[in-house]
Design a protein around this ligand. Sequence first.
Ligand code: AMP
Ligand code: ZN
Length: 474
Amino acid sequence: MAIKLYNTLTRKKQIFKPLRDKRVGLYTCGPTVYNYAHIGNLRTYVFADVLQKTLEYNGYEVKRVMNITDVGHLTSDADTGEDKIELESKKEKKSVWEIAKFYTGAFLNDIKELNIKKPETIVPATKIVVDQIKIIKILIGKKYAYETSKAIYFDVAKFKNYNKLSRQPMHQKITAAREEVIKDPEKKHPADFSLWFKLAGRYKNHSMRWPSPWGLGFPGWHIECSAISTKYLGQPFDIHTGGVDHIGTHHTNEIAQSEAAFGKPLAKFWLHSEFLIIDQNKMSKSEKNFITLDTLKRRNFDPLVFRYLVLTAHYRSKLNFTWESLEAAQNALDNLREAIKNLKTATQHTNKLENVRVLRKRFIEEFKNYINDDLETPRALALLWNIVKSKKLDSKTKYALLIDFDKVLGLNLAKIKSEKIPAAILKIVKDREKYRKEKNFKKSDELRKKIESLGWLIEDTPRGPKLKGNLSHT
Ligand code: AMP
Ligand code: ZN
């Protein structure tokens, strides 16, 4: 069954066929590691994971590559402002390397908790500076780039169809970048973007620095993705993903650099995930509306509840985050886990075996129809619930189908165990509740530890305590 994906480049849903046999090259723009990822960022990585899992479900082998931006991403897309990581290092009084290492670790932990498969290849920008310099040299050689006293710029006027991804008229881009014209009068065109920054002006004391044919300096943000994708996936490769905010600048510039340097397309499909919004605004690291996975955990939400919430919206629709919607996702996932526990105990089919086969095939086809239609996860979830509630299917078939669908949905349903909570544990939980109500937290904490030592995790939810231990997602 064909997979159809919406390609931002053509603004159409197109049938996906890999460039090389059954192996798909998938590149995802990674995080800028100057702070924790917020749940908006994480929505975008859940989307890329569902894409990978959908491809794998269809029998493709996915080679997934992701960068980590640990240098060169400035506080403004228009090549102005400070390097985000340098700025954070001053704030936290730590070295830039410590900042990058710490937030990279935090990000990898977040994706693990969201059951996002770790990309096969992850490359920090600082580990690939030599390759970035090589591409810049090619661009200068081909006259797509020029040197000023402050930087090496990409000459956008030289690259035909610079706007092909964004379709944004050039005059709009120029208006947006006007401030920059004043800041660097040496730029030929206001939309020209930096490939390399010299240690001049504002960047004189930039601590991350490398030798280059243009003296000491550091790479601009976009060039890392061109260098990493070409090195690990070749050019062209199959699919490039990111959030919609990357369309106008970052991905537009990646295309310009890579295609100008190597004279061939960068990627065949460009997929972009819409924003997670909160109170009508895009969630953003520079705003106060920033919620992390840790915030959710502190409020006793399981990270996979956030994954479930993400799946309830199509990736090309905005997802409006509210605590109520997260509560609803928590309830749904609790119910699903409960259903799985009950279904799992079935050892035999009660349906006739031929019927089981036919029904199973029919539902798997329907599931594939949804996810292969540009990753229609909301419809896939609705189907999953139809199966849970179905009167036609026996428990064993239901269980097998749900576990199969979960290869794409990634809710870790296969890890749910069906064993009963021992009465002795339930008794301790009850005692602990009594102490909690009396505000005797010392005693209730002691009992929590006791429960944990017996292999069970207790979670205090707004609806009362919940035991997770052996049923946890890890
Ligand atoms: P950054 O760490 O800022 O480079 O962003 C990491 C990823 O998150 C990029 O793919 C962005 O496009 C994406 N992103 C940023 N803000 C949001 C948001 N509010 N909702 C969804 N994705 C976002
Ligand atoms: Zn990128």
